[in-house]
Design a protein around this ligand. Sequence first.
Ligand code: ADP
Length: 334
Amino acid sequence: MIEFRQVTKRYSRFVTALDGINLSFQKGEFAFITGPSGAGKSTLLKLLYAAERPTSGDVRVEGRSVSRLHPTSVPYLRRNMGIVFQDFKLLPRRTIVENVSLALEVCGVPPRQTRRRVMETIERVGLNGLHERLPGELSGGEQQRAAIARAIVGKPTIILADEPTGNLDESMSHDIFELLSSICRHEGATILVATHDMAEVALWPFRQVRLWESRIEADRPALWQPWEHYPSGLERETEETAEPTEDQESEAPENEEFILSDYNIPPLREDESTDEGPPPILDGGAASEATSADAPEAGDVEEPAPVPKADSIPPARSDSEAEDASPTPDGGVA
Ligand code: ADP
């Protein structure tokens, strides 16, 4: 499902972040990417969510090249990914429920479905009763739970966590790893966690890819996957009746660069929606959810802007075309 083929990333003549990486991860796998600071962990994840492009080699997701994805297609890729950062990147003046909602709103999920799914997800990450708080009113561990809620609310097929416990103390860190492994177990998402917290990694039976000076130093297989002891673990929860919700404000206050640049998807043009490109790059994310289980019911007057399907992702283009296009924000994620 995820493949790095002979990937090298050089930031400059003097800085090689990744050197000849060959790696693959299966659907539903939970893996740690470990190694000391500067080993190339973040770069590996950034190549996956197309915040960086490889200098050579290819990064593929579901058989399609992310490396050559046209800049305008990057937001579609990211709709199927949940990304979690060390510094949470929550919007400070928005409540937790608003922070989590935004990830669905920008995908065009109708407000009534948004509200229900957001509340379920907040409960799922153990933040019951805290949903109306601002991020600054939560502990670090709680803020990271909120960030994880935002990452998973769209039911992404891939979750990338870059040092998710870097700002947390030991017990909070353990809770966050437990939450991520439980999400892998119950939601069936592929989860890659970059961390240098070897003491914590040692507690888990999952695969560990260890980077050292831009190369793979070791690839220790998992003893078992999170879902292997849970036969029904890959089943997603059944959708239930939606609750109505109040209108959401639409303007974008300052300090929302991350969310907006990552999720603010330009409306799909008519010709793009019928694009006969290769098969979908991913499946099962917020966009496809919104067109199936979350499709508005007949007579629903709160019809949102049309939501592009996962299979409407414009096809990858050649390198030269990608170069020619106007640059896209790197997601504000670095
Ligand atoms: P890790 O996540 O393991 O700490 P990174 O992937 O962040 O490692 O960095 C790998 C190497 O690439 C380091 O030497 C780092 O300084 C360098 N690097 C990372 N990002 C950039 C960048 N945007 N520009 C130049 N060098 C970078």
